[in-house]
Design a protein around this ligand. Structure first.
Ligand SMILES: Cc1ncc(COP(=O)(O)O)c(C=O)c1O
Length: 328
């Protein structure tokens, strides 16, 4: 395999569990932030499958797009380098920090999407259009949808769903849902939508329908039956818009950092953890909950979030683990 993904750790989070009033063995994390590939994250599994497909089809160029802080764009640039492919990224303008800075370091060709953040469907259309233009100039482009959420990309997460089922048999798996492919693949692997709570980060309209459809397609590609039940989403954590910070996300981000030294990002994983906090309060006692950490660390370092991350009471920023572990 051109982009091998190493086995990632699966371990309990006893200190954070205690803070949430859960038993020490009732809260686990799947560390898919540790996949490798220029900083790691959930896109590594998707891109391993997608790049293999691109190479099998004789393509010489990857084309994708998204927001300025797209982790998927950064990891596509990294995957292209390793596979010996060119990489064109269509991005919302932003400053040179976090993921965007890494896109530049990795040498991707960046094209700005005019007029600020485009609606989801228009960004998808711009990716397709750019690929057509490259083809007209004699290239062999491979267009990757936002977030790598083609059925093939989503099917890569069926493996993680199967691993979790075999090793822990969790009652609830919580994951950030942007383009929806990761949640879809997990549901396919677990065989049950009801076991996966996607926390909608506000990236995509029609997310529930997309997850439902992608899960059936991903399952078919993985040789599995379509998962039973209906897609489960927490739509209460996104805040004002995709990428806009929220109070519960900041609380969750600080709690994870100050109990388990687990670093989350403002756009995806902190909102997902806030959704987990809410779900854990409702779950029957003894439910085994798994948080799928999908990466995103470069986004934490984007300059636009620095003020938000250091906001609050002056003693908040200085509080060490003991203070942070106290129930609020
Ligand atoms: C760090 C991180 N977590 C979660 C997601 C959401 O994954 P998906 O797009 O498959 O829903 C993304 C997608 O960009 C991401 O970058």
């Amino acid at each position: 395999m051109i982009l091998p993904v190493p086995a990632t750790p699966l371990h309990p989070l006893p200190r954070l569990a205690r803070r949430l009033g859960l038993g020490p063995e009732d809260l686990w994390v799947k560390r898919d932030d540790l996949t490798g590939l220029a900083g790691g994250g959930n896109k590594a599994r998707k891109l391993a499958a997608i790049v293999a497909d691109a190479l099998a089809k004789g393509c010489d160029h990857l084309v994708t797009g998204g927001g300025a802080q797209s982790n998927h764009a950064r990891m596509t640039a990294a995957a292209a380098n390793l596979a010996g492919l060119g990489c064109d990224l269509l991005l919302t303008p932003g400053d040179d920090s976090g993921n965007l800075l890494l896109d530049r370091v990795l040498g991707a060709r960046i094209h700005w999407l005019d007029g600020g953040p485009l609606p989801y469907a228009e960004t998808e259309a711009a990716i397709q259009e750019h690929a057509r233009e490259l083809a007209a100039r004699g290239r062999r482009p491979y267009a990757i949808p936002i977030g790598g959420s083609s059925p093939l990309g989503a099917s890569a997460y069926a493996d993680v769903g199967r691993e979790l089922a075999a090793r822990l048999d969790p009652g609830l798996v919580v994951v950030a849902a942007g383009s929806g492919g990761t949640q879809a693949g997990l549901a396919a692997g677990l065989g049950d939508h009801g076991k996966v709570l996607g926390v909608d980060v506000g990236a995509r309209p029609g997310l529930a329908e997309a997850v439902q459809e992608l899960a059936a397609e991903a399952a078919a590609l993985a040789g599995l039956p379509a998962p039973r039940g209906r897609c489960r989403l927490d739509t209460g954590q996104a805040g004002a818009a995709y990428g806009e910070p929220t109070g519960p996300a900041l609380d969750a981000l600080r709690a994870a950092a100050r109990t388990e030294s687990l670093l989350l990002d403002p756009v995806y994983t902190a909102k997902a953890m806030a959704g987990l906090f809410a779900a854990a309060r409702e779950a029957p006692r003894g439910t085994r909950v798994v948080f799928v950490h999908t990466g995103g660390l470069p986004g934490l370092l984007a300059s636009r979030y620095a003020g938000w991350l250091t906001s609050g009471r002056p003693d908040d920023a200085a509080a060490g683990p003991a203070a942070a572990a106290e129930p609020s």
